[in-house]
Every structure is written in C-alpha cells, then in structure tokens.
Design a protein around this ligand. Structure first.
Ligand code: ZN
Ligand code: FE
Length: 265
C-alpha cells in the first residue's frame, strides 16, 4: 500500500482520493458552490474519517455503487457518526445498509449544484450502479469498470456486463473514470495476453508500471483510454478475436471467453 493522498479539482467537483483497506479507492466529492460533500462507497470508516479531518469537509452523503462489504461496510457507523444521508441502488435497496434514497437507471442525484446521472450496470452484482457527472466529465464506476478490466461476474452474465460496458462507452472519451480498486497493473498484464500487439495497450502498460513503481495511482483513467486498451471494451477487436481463435464468434461469446480467461489468470 502506498501513501497516496491526492486532491484535485475535476470539472466542477473537488475530489479527494485516498486508499482504503488493501486496494480500494475511496473518494470524497465536494460541490464547491454549496460545500455539499459525499463519499463514494464506505470501505473503511477510519480512512474516511481521516480524509474528512484532513479536508475539513463534513459529510452529507454516502453514495454507494453496490452492496459488497468493501463498498458499503462502513455505511451504518458513518451514518451514526455524521448523520449523513445514504444514496444507493434501488435494485439492491434491501442489501444497502441504512439506505435513505434509492436510485436507478436515468435518475439524477444532486450533490449540491452538481448533477450525477445514475446508470444501472448489473453484472458484478445484480444491483450495481455507476454515477456520471456529465457536466464535470467525471464518473464513478465502482466494481463495474476498472482500468483495463471489469468486475467479476458474481451475480450477472456476460451479456449483462457487455451491455453495461457499451453504455459506458457512450460517455465522451475525455470522461475521467474513478473506479473502486487499484487493479490496473494486473489488468494490464492480462490484457497483454489477449492483445499482445495493441500499441495503445503496450504504451499504457509501460506507463502503469512507471506509475506504480513511483507509488502513484493509475486512476483516474478516461473512457477514451479504456476503449483503446481495455479488453472488456474490445470484444469487437479483430486482434483480440484472433488471439482467442474466435474470429467468427458472437461478440458476447468473445466477451465471455475473455472474462473466463481473466478469472483463471
Ligand atoms: Zn464488489
Ligand atoms: Fe470491491
């Protein structure tokens, strides 16, 4: 674990990014106009409290992507301590501890003056959602989209996850992607096994190695970069299909085979 602690302004949002547990990323997100502050998921209460103390921000919202313990495990304790409001997926409201506001596909969540559109992205879990702050060109993708990877299919099938990937691929290329884990280096190694001659991937993998060696995060990524390097956004790539020996196969089958290989990697 590196001693990462970054703060920056992205679009109209202030984002304080920090590590929690082993390899989770957690984000304090603040609307500078109103001071309204949220935390994207609650992997670890102590780390979040530290981040709040460092920034001097006070927590108004927990903004959950899905119910897993490393994303919603700190909900109740943090709500008790801060009195914050918990926003989470409608499709999984029974599994989100302390949920107050249930949101689903197409809903708009307002963080002060900033607006996030909710996308249902089942696959990793059946209720997983992503938040897209379109005006700020920022998205929080939890365990659906990682840099050069996607979440394991615990509660969904390849068709669902591929559908989710295609929705995210519709976001503008310069959309910054803030995901739930620092899995990028391992994802890059796998991606190179299925697209060994992908130039953009080779370059990104080298950049990731450099960043990690320096103890730097590889996040945020961008949709444009992911479309060029992430095998789970590239089942239509002739090169990837050829490596898998699936030139004439259905795109969903190519996606499924890629996911299966990653599970064994
Ligand atoms: Zn998860
Ligand atoms: Fe996770």
């Amino acid at each position: 674990m590196t001693n990462l602690n970054t703060f920056h302004i992205d679009g109209g949002l202030e984002i304080h990014m920090f590590e929690a547990l082993q390899d989770n990323y957690c984000y304090l997100v603040r609307d500078p106009d109103t001071g309204t502050t949220g935390v994207i998921d609650t992997p670890e209460v102590a780390a979040i409290e530290r981040a709040l103390a460092e920034t001097g921000w006070s927590l108004d919202f927990i903004i959950n992507t899905h119910h897993h313990r490393d994303h919603a495990g700190g909900n109740l304790e943090l709500k008790k301590k801060t009195g914050c409001t918990i926003v989470g997926p409608k499709a999984d409201k029974d599994r989100i501890p302390g949920i107050d506001i249930a949101v689903g596909d197409g809903d708009i969540f307002e963080l002060g003056s900033r607006r996030a559109r909710v996308f249902d992205t089942p696959g990793h879990t059946r209720g997983h959602i992503c938040y897209h702050f379109a005006d700020d060109q920022v998205a929080f993708t939890g365990d659906t989209l990682f840099s050069m990877g996607c979440g394991r299919l615990f509660e969904g099938d390849p068709q669902q996850m591929w559908t989710a990937m295609q929705m995210l691929m519709n976001w503008p290329d310069d959309t910054r992607i803030y995901c739930g884990h620092e899995y990028t280096q391992n994802n890059a190694r796998f991606a190179l096994t299925v697209e060994p001659n992908n130039r953009a991937l080779i370059e990104r993998a080298a950049e990731v190695d450099r960043l990690r060696a320096a103890g730097e995060p590889t996040i945020p990524s961008t949709i444009g970069l992911e479309k060029a390097t992430n095998p789970f956004m590239r089942p239509t790539s002739a090169h990837l299909q050829q490596t898998l020996g699936m030139e004439d196969a259905d795109v969903v089958d190519v996606f499924a085979e890629t996911r299966k290989r990653k599970d064994r990697f």
